[in-house]
Design a protein around this ligand. Sequence first.
Ligand code: HEM
Length: 86
Amino acid sequence: MSKKNNTTTTIVKLYTLQEVSSHSSENDCWTAIDGKIYDITTVIPLHPAGKDKIMRGCGVDATNTFNRVGAHDIEKLKQNFVGNLK
Ligand code: HEM
């Protein structure tokens, strides 16, 4: 019996924190959390605790800021993933 090879290769882009820092505005906001980078521009107006609070993460590594809020669920940002931190 032969087995089908269902292996899928996903190319994940790598970005430096310096590249992340060039996306630090309300209209273009990337954030790094636990080594992964998310484009959270569209999430800003939806943030339950207000846009100023989520915007603290724009252009920076927001791992600590994000993880210390119990209500946060990284799964919700899956569709905003853009790459890994170099
Ligand atoms: C799917 C995306 C997100 C959802 C659904 C979400 C949801 C929430 C909720 C419900 C709270 C209120 C928690 C409470 O009052 O106990 C909160 C607080 C907060 N969020 Fe988010 N959040 C998201 C993404 C982010 C991101 C990416 C950041 C980046 C820094 C962030 C920064 C904050 C901060 C700083 C607070 C603290 C508010 C405070 O201290 O009063 N959030 N968030």
